[in-house]
Every structure is written in structure tokens, then in C-alpha cells.
Design a protein around this ligand. Sequence first.
Ligand code: FAD
Ligand code: PHB
Length: 392
Amino acid sequence: MRTQVGIIGAGPAGLMLSHLLHLEGIESVVLEAHTRQYVEERVRAGVLEQATVDLMVETGLGARLKQEGLLHNGIKLSFGGCRHRIDFRDLTPGRTITVYAQQEILKDLIQARLDSGGQIHFDVSAVSLHGLDTAAPVIRYRAGGDSREIHCDFLAGCDGSHGVSRTSIPAGALAVFERTYPFAWLGILAEAPPASEEPIYSHHQQGFALFSMRSPKITRLYLQCAPDEDLDQWPDSRIWEALRTRHATSDGWRPVEGPILQKGITGMRSFVVEPMQFGRLFLAGDAAHIVPPTGAKGMNLAIADVRVLARGLAEFYASGRKDLLDQYSATCLRRVWKVQRFSWWMTSMLHRFDAEDGFEYRRQLAELDYVTGSRAASMSLAENYVGLPMDY
Ligand code: FAD
Ligand code: PHB
């Protein structure tokens, strides 16, 4: 088989890239290790920056998003028993965020690709990449018991943090920068109407808690926990008790409780590889960088990368010029590092790193007091949260 761009991974990065390339008249094939059902059901991100929403709408993917997405004009920060609002509409020029689940975006993208004859091969295995530093790279894989090959002009490694793309690059060609955090998130989906219209980030002596939502009937909640936390130690009653405690404010607000539909643990890591390219292989999304979820940025960053990549590939196929492709890594990394900084900062401000460290606890409270009390500081949080402008 032959195609112009071979894409590994049917997550937000891989599918959006395939969609954008199709709109430019460029052919691609997407290979995915899991089944379509698995990809469409996996619960992950939920907060979309304005630019991600605009891109969905501009490229014909906005119908369900406009109907089912929950538009938010702000978030709340809760600490010391009080809740404070960060008003995005006021602090940024009218920009907002939208809550629309990652798996819904994936359903929309998969449907759009299949409707226009796009090729997505699910449930493939033994994917390997060859000839990365030649003009004719090849992907080999197995599907339905057969060995197959795709000959490509370019490869896009969109296979997330545990994929094969990054590890196919020779040792020494990439520099790795990372931070690990001494905690994880225990996340739940609950069948309960959201008790707040906007996400609430709560700082508490017992640890961070986040209140979010997926629909008028479904609440999404997270609790800071140990990185090696055993879910069996968290019966539903303990989860709700911790959520009530950590979100408690003097006005008596508490989340509406309901049956827990899903529970999971999410690790926390800051990770970047440089450069995001080796020969004809371009890394995009979680394959190249991971942010802790406190800034709600991972999926948005994955989409931002493939916008840059699609423009570079479009320029190449239209004119034979590689200027934008050659700039791909540098262009993306400018944004990646700003988003890393913001995600690290939100994480550091809101989580307990060491239960014994009274200095750190008071410093965090002072920072939250400053961020919510100073218009300049609130504005800085708001402009990062709604998404920095695409500066390419
Ligand atoms: P992925 O979504 O990981 O997709 C990679 C795909 O490649 C997967 O489908 C995988 O099965 C496939 N794959 C892997 N290996 C292979 C292989 N060898 N061959 C073929 N296919 C392969 N981000 C936000 O922006 N906002 C949020 O609110 C937010 N909240 C989050 C909450 C949680 C609990 C978690 C876990 C993440 C959150 N994120 C959030 C992060 C976001 O989900 C990720 O950053 C995003 O999924 C990255 O997209 P991607 O396409 O790069 O990678
Ligand atoms: C979510 O709704 O899943 C969510 C919201 C905000 C975050 C992370 C995740 O920072």
C-alpha cells in the first residue's frame, strides 16, 4: 500500500491531522492499536480552548459540539473556605472555554474521516517504522493475522506517550526534559447533575480536588491521591467524603452525589522531547510531550501541533518547499514550553507536595490570594487557560 502521510495513532492528534490533510487534498492512512469502540469510549480530557473549538467549527466538525458542548465563561478557585471566580470573558477579550468530552471529538473525527473515504485501520499490532531518515519511509504492521506495509512520503507519530514512534528514533537523537510529581489523580464520572456551572479547582490541606462536568446529568470529579494509589481502598463512600471535605466552603456548597459510573487513576508528569522530528518522522501530541492535567491542556496542545504540521505538509505538496516543515519542531516547542510552564504552575499552586511543609502550604495560599485578588495575575491565568494565540 502507498500513501502520502502515514499516521500512527487515532487519538485527537492523529485523527485531526488526517482530517486537516484531507481538506488540503493530501492522502493519509491512520493506524490504531485499539478497536474503534475502545477509542470512542475511553474517558479522558474535557476542556477545549477557544482555538480548538474554532478549528472544529471551521473545518466542519462543529454541529454536535455546538449543540452538546457546555460553554463556560470562567472557572472557580477555592481555598481557605472561600470560592473565587476567574471571569474569562471579562479578563480576556471575550474568550471562553467549552467542555466537550475527548471521546465525543474522536467520534466526530472518525465519522468525518469515514464519510469522506478516509482510511483508519483499527486493532492493528506490531507496528514498526523504517527508513525514517530516507525520502521513502515505511510502516510495517499486522492486521487480521496478515503482515502489511505502507510506503509513505512522511510519517506522523501521533501514538501518545507509550507509542512506538518516539522509541523508533535512534538513541541520542532526542533530548528528554521531565519532571515527575509525588501524586496522581483519582478521577470519577458520576451520574449526578453538576452542582456548579463552572469547573472548581480546590486547594485543601488534605490535597487538591477538581470539580468538572460532562453534561447536564454527568459530573466529572478528581482527587489528588498517591501515585501508587490502590483503587480498592477507595469505596464510593470514601470518595464522596473526600470530595465534600476538600471542596467545602463557608457557603455550604457541595457536589451533588450519585452512582459512580467509572473510576481511574491518572499519573502526573511533565515531559518534552526535543526536537519533535527525526528525518521524515514528525512527533505530535502526547508522543512528544505530556503535561499534568491541572491546566487542561494536553488535548489542546496535541491539536495545536497538528495544525502546524498540516500547514507544513500543505506547503510541501503545493510548492515543494520545506520551510514550514523544517520549522515544525521549533514552532511547536515555543508553545509547548509556555503550556508546560502554565501546567506546572497550576499544579504547583494547587497540590500538596509534602503534608509536613507548612511554609509551602502558606506560600500556596498567598499565591492563590494574589492570583484571585490582583487583576493582572487573574488576567495571566485567564489568558493561559483560554489558550494563548497561535503564533505561527
Ligand atoms: P492519545 O490520545 O494518547 O492517542 C494516541 C493513540 O495512539 C491512542 O489511541 C493509542 O491507542 C494509539 N497507539 C499507541 N501506540 C500505538 C501503536 N504502537 N500503534 C498504533 N497506535 C498506537 N487534555 C486537555 O486538553 N484538557 C483536559 O481537560 C484534559 N484532561 C485530562 C484528564 C485525564 C484524566 C487524562 C488522562 C488526560 C487529560 N488530558 C486533557 C490530556 C489528553 O487526554 C491527552 O493529552 C490527549 O489524549 C493527547 O492526544 P494524542 O492524540 O496526542 O494521544
Ligand atoms: C475534565 O473535565 O476532565 C478536566 C477539567 C479540567 C482539568 C482537567 C480535566 O484541568
